[in-house]
Ligand binder design. Structure first.
Ligand SMILES: [Zn+2]
Length: 280
């Protein structure tokens, strides 16, 4: 799933390519693509795109009166659409502009059909569904606030980082990278973390995000997960670049927690409801 660096760099690319172009129409291609009834997308017709912004993992396609809030979920992409085919593969919705250039096409591969678009009033953008439920931006949170959030409810650090209501923008990949950079167990309970730990996690978040953004900004399109830089995510069995131990995994149905025992758990191999794949 695209996380903050991928979404941010993509927003910047789309702003560069489309800002100033006037929206001719917004076309939902599937019944589930547009999640809202009011305000109507046609409030933006004839008006120029101001920018494509970002909040958490959402793209914000902004016009003066309304914002189209786009969530890509797992397999969604907002693509530059030169062909404007009648039945595009995986097509969910299309933004058609009043020019001879391309449209923007929201696609989602696979069968989940969870990507979508919320049309919200621009001046109530942050207080409308779905952005109203997001926690502060992970990339700019300060240690004091993070510590407060750690203590609101004690939970595993990895789960905390992925919970968009606690901090916004981090997903499964960055959660693995942040825990590793912070040298904290993904299963550390947030209620037991100290002010020092919060400061360490803030630094780890900023460094991980910066690394991802630096890479993503070199690209002309959004990366797929296998291309993204990292030290532990998706590297089960590989060598930890910091200490040389083998990267381990705890597998869940939808994702994998990757970590280095020497760097993060005092050498302890973690197991949860499932069995660790390596060296159990
Ligand atoms: Zn290590």
């Amino acid at each position: 799933m695209p996380e903050m660096p991928e979404v941010q760099a993509h927003a910047e690319r789309l702003s560069g390519d489309f800002a100033g172009q006037r929206l001719e129409r917004f076309v939902p291609i599937t019944f589930t693509a547009l999640k809202t009834a009011v305000p109507a997308p046609d409030k933006a017709y004839g008006l120029p795109l101001e920018e494509v912004g970002r909040r958490g993992k959402y793209l914000l396609v902004r016009f003066e009166p309304i914002t189209f809030v786009v969530h890509l979920m797992q397999g969604g992409r907002l693509l530059v659409d030169d062909k404007q085919a009648a039945k595009p593969r995986g097509g969910q919705a299309r933004f058609v502009f009043d020019w001879s250039g391309p449209a923007l096409l929201l696609t989602e591969q696979g069968t989940e059909r969870r990507a979508g678009v919320w049309c919200v009033d621009r001046d109530a953008e942050l207080t409308s569904t779905p952005l109203d439920r997001l926690g502060p931006e992970a990339a700019t949170i300060e240690p004091d606030e993070l510590l407060t959030r750690f203590r609101e409810k004690s939970m595993r650090l990895h789960g905390f980082l992925r919970d968009q209501g606690r901090v916004a923008g981090i997903g499964r990949r960055l959660a693995n990278e942040v825990c590793h950079r912070a040298r904290l167990s993904p299963f550390a309970m947030t209620g037991k973390l100290t002010a020092n730990d919060a400061a360490t996690v803030v630094t780890a978040i900023r460094d991980s995000v910066a690394e991802g953004l630096d890479y993503e900004r070199t690209r002309d399109d959004m990366s797929s997960s296998k291309d993204r830089p990292g030290r532990v995510h998706g590297r089960t069995g590989a060598t930890c670049p910091v200490c040389g131990d083998a990267i381990r995994a705890v597998e869940y149905s939808g994702y994998t927690v990757n970590y280095c025992p020497t760097c993060q758990t005092g050498g302890k191999v973690l197991a949860d409801n499932t069995t660790s794949k390596f060296l159990k």
